[in-house]
Design a protein around this ligand. Sequence first.
Ligand code: SF4
Ligand code: SF4
Length: 336
Amino acid sequence: MSMRSSRIIDVATSRLVVRGGFLLFFVWICVRLLGFAAWARGVGGYVPRPEAVAGILPVGHYTSFFAWLRGGGWDALLPAGLVIILGALALSLLFKRGFCGWICPLGSIWEFAGVLGRKLLGRNLRPPHWLDITARTLRYLMAGSIVFWLASVPIDSAIAFRTLPYMWVADIKIIEGFMTPVFLGAWLLGFVLSMLFGSVWCRYACPLGGWYGAIGTMSVCAVERDEATCIHCSKCTKACHAFVDVERVKRRVAAPECDGCMDCVRVCPVPTALQAKALGRIRVPYQVWPLLVVGLWLVLYAGAKMTGHWDTTIPDATFKQVISSGVLEQRTPGGL
Ligand code: SF4
Ligand code: SF4
């Protein structure tokens, strides 16, 4: 393969391009969802309702997901949320925190802030070790508690939650809430913190990231280091945005913080010293890893779409009725 085509493949499979693409797609579907809400309020032309925004409702959909696992049936009203959860779990089992590392739009914003910080300041600062460990431990405890709580919601309550009109339009409410002054201030604060310290939300706070990270420790594929050929140049450790000390890893990178970004493998000057591998044996070229992550994601989406497990079964007219009744302006589900 020529240097030029190799360079093109490198750029096409880079995090900037893949994550940027998913982020732009997410912004686009949010705009479409707001267009749908405007139509429902009678102030705009019809825009088909996009389903993928369901990913921003993890509490509601995880409650529904665990109810489904326990025999509560598939959510036919808003099924896209369950498909997204299944996709994120499948990625975690196969490609570390692949959802966090390549797809999550929120993570992409903080990641790009971290990259900007590294460009402007030379590096992201690392909190003292004791604080880093304490904050990460608290995050995993919080993630475990939340997952336990969601998994324990009685099946009847979870099924009843699916039928709440508030749940049907919660994605619109959240997107509109993101644009309020309080949230805009929080976005700005998060951006500045991420510029200084890297993705603080993903590392210390996001419960979903903790859950996917814990599952990712059992991932089929992972980065592996070969002590015999490593020349200890430290490039991998310096490249790792998740602060994994790759150079000192005995063999397999098991750290739950690893999101399979492949940056360490990309920069390693010795081809055999650091490689992504499946089952510890089969080499996965670093350019192929994101193709597998995105490919699996798209296959799951296409499969769900074609088999009727993606689109809502709630008619547009019902959404219009619910939204025009003012449910979006109510403060809590209890107000229904
Ligand atoms: S640089 Fe390597 S160890 Fe660090 S998150 Fe990316 S793949 Fe994992
Ligand atoms: S970049 Fe490669 S050679 Fe350098 S320390 Fe890491 S594994 Fe070893």
